[in-house]
Design a binder for this molecule. Sequence first.
Ligand SMILES: CC(C)(COP(=O)(O)OP(=O)(O)OC[C@H]1O[C@@H](n2cnc3c(N)ncnc32)[C@H](O)[C@@H]1OP(=O)(O)O)[C@@H](O)C(=O)NCCC(=O)NCCS
Length: 219
Amino acid sequence: MSIVIPTLREGPVVLRPVRLRDSRALERDLMENRGWLRKWEATSPYAPMSFDTRASIRNLLTHSRSGHGLPFIVEYNGKLAGQLNVSSITWGSLSSATIGYWVGERFAGHSITPTAVALATDYCFFQLGLHRMEICIRPENAASLRVVEKLGFRYEGLRRRYIHINGDWRDHFCFGLVSEEVPQGVLRRWQKGGVPTDAARVLAADLEAAAHPLPTAKR
Ligand SMILES: CC(C)(COP(=O)(O)OP(=O)(O)OC[C@H]1O[C@@H](n2cnc3c(N)ncnc32)[C@H](O)[C@@H]1OP(=O)(O)O)[C@@H](O)C(=O)NCCC(=O)NCCS
């Protein structure tokens, strides 16, 4: 099942399909923001980090063609600001997907990401018919935790050593939203001030647990 990657916009924030011809600009931005992104970057447990941006765009587009992903470029006032990927789309009785994102350091703090996440989530719920969206965040990532808090993604729990990030398996706090929770849409609910204030609050026991990571395996 192939899905169309739409162009979505709200004010100065635009989500548009990633293209192979974005590879040079993306590579430059990823290199310029190396220090800003490294701590949160997904890595492979099997191979060193790849900086082949063309190959990674090709990979994203392949997933999209098979109906498993929506790879977006995030633009702000017409400039390439970052990426948002809807990935791991599963259909049928799960009808669920995961969202990942980054913006360049010079674009941080303009609510670009919450706007982009709201646009993508509303598209997935109300155009694609997905039922559940998930965002998983390292406990140390205060800026990203603010994104789910702003939009009222609901805290679901701590997953130990869940995703390979910056060279090791890292704990993640996971947040979810199902379409019935936002009949008016995520973007509109946020804009109207209707986000429940404590939806994204992490349980005290999980905060405590995350402060004590599981031991890493001896190599
Ligand atoms: C997490 C991230 C995507 C947030 O994007 P954003 O578009 O800046 O989102 P917001 O504007 O809503 O900012 C969220 C919070 O970041 C913090 N923030 C703002 N400007 C910042 C800056 N220049 N540097 C660091 N943190 C900043 C603030 O706490 C802000 O919350 P506030 O609006 O209540 O003050 C962005 O910081 C980023 O790309 N970080 C590196 C990659 C990353 O962490 N990806 C997510 C992995 S789960």
